[in-house]
Ligand binder design. Structure first.
Ligand SMILES: [Zn+2]
Length: 125
C-alpha cells in the first residue's frame, strides 16, 4: 500500500491517534479498580502514549521548520514537503524536488536512498 498523504499530515494524524489510544487505555484502567496494580499499569501505559504523542508533536514542529515550503502547482495552495517526493497537504497532488522525477508516479521509495542528496538540496542557512 502506498501512502497517499502529505508526510507532515501523516505524522500529525499518528500523534493524534496516540492521544486517543492513551486516553482509551487510561479509561480502560477504570474497569480494573479492584486491582490497584493493574489499574496503575493501565494509567502508566496510557500516560506514556500521551507523553510520546507530545514528543511526536514537538518533532513535527522541528520538521516543519526545516521542510521546504512550496506552492502546489495543482491547487495553488502553500504546502510543506519533506524529502524528494511528498504530497500536497490540500489536494494530495504528488510533488517533487527532483526534476528528473517529474511526471513519474509517486513512490515513497524515492526518498530512501537520497539522504545525502536531500541534505545537498537544503538551502544553506
Ligand atoms: Zn495542492
Amino acid at each position: 500500500m502506498k501512502p497517499r498523504k502529505n508526510k507532515i499530515n501523516r505524522i500529525r494524524s499518528f500523534a493524534l491517534s496516540l492521544v486517543f489510544i492513551g486516553v482509551v487505555i487510561m479509561y480502560a484502567g477504570i474497569f480494573f479498580r479492584k486491582y490497584e496494580i493493574v489499574m496503575l499499569l493501565f494509567m502508566v501505559i496510557g500516560m506514556l502514549a500521551v507523553i510520546s504523542s507530545a514528543i511526536v508533536y514537538a518533532w513535527i514542529g522541528s520538521l516543519s521548520t526545516r521542510a521546504a515550503q512550496v506552492v502546489c502547482p495543482n491547487c495553488g495552495g502553500l504546502t510543506k514537503m519533506i524529502g524528494r517526493v511528498d504530497m500536497c497537504g490540500h489536494c494530495r497532488e504528488p510533488l517533487t524536488m527532483d526534476r528528473s522525477l517529474e511526471g513519474k508516479e509517486f513512490d515513497d521509495a524515492y526518498n530512501r536512498p537520497s539522504k545525502v542528496k536531500e541534505d545537498a538540496l537544503e538551502e544553506p542557512k
